[in-house]
Ligand binder design. Structure first.
Ligand code: FES
Ligand code: FES
Length: 186
């Protein structure tokens, strides 16, 4: 290993540590797919435009084709392989199944990772790019708001109608669960 062009790094992925040596130019996407066999994360454009490679970094969505693997050291990386809770699907995964939120499925891992983080961003009060007044609470997750917030994830099959429905259902289920929890506490 030439230390001027490569380094040994440890990546924390889905709760497991992976140590590997990588060329400094290796993207996180290529490290996941080509070095660690985590092929659920897909390569579409490889230039940050399609969202197929979306993963979570410290809980926030990121396109892994624009992230250097060496810069991901020390971050909590979650890929589609780590979204479920053991055998129990994440509510967003279940909603994609229930509402047929895919056709070929190539964009689906990125859509799901993005939706998981997007729903949390919205719940935390983050505005979208079209929020009129960023000082007030963000607008509800209407289909238009979901389309705006998920606009970084393209679907070449055009399964957008079902994707939006699945995301809306998962977001509503999360809100209902939160209200039930708060009601139980109150
Ligand atoms: S492959 Fe990363 S955004 Fe398209
Ligand atoms: S389901 Fe085929 S690209 Fe989205």
């Amino acid at each position: 290993m030439d230390p001027s062009t490569s380094s040994a790094i440890t990546l924390n992925i889905n709760g497991e540590k992976h140590t590997l040596s990588v060329d400094h130019r290796t993207t996180l996407l290529d490290a996941l797919r080509e070095r660690l066999d985590l092929t659920g994360t897909k390569k579409g454009c490889d230039q940050g435009q399609c969202g197929a490679c979306t993963v979570l970094l410290d809980g926030h969505r990121a396109v892994s084709c624009l992230q250097l693997a060496v810069a991901a050291e020390g971050r909590e990386i979650t890929t589609i392989e780590g979204v479920a809770d053991g055998e129990r699907l994440h509510p967003v995964q279940q909603a994609f199944l229930d509402f047929d939120g895919y056709q070929c499925g190539y964009c689906t891992p990125g859509q799901i990772c993005s939706a998981v983080a997007m729903i949390e961003e919205h719940a935390a009060g983050w505005p979208s790019a079209v929020t009129r007044d960023v000082r007030s609470a963000p607008p509800p997750l209407t289909p238009d708001e979901i389309r705006e917030r998920m606009s970084g994830n393209l679907c070449r099959c055009g399964a957008y109608v079902q994707i939006v429905e699945a995301v809306a259902r998962a977001a509503a289920a999360g809100t209902e669960a939160g209200q039930a929890r708060n009601g139980a506490v109150a």
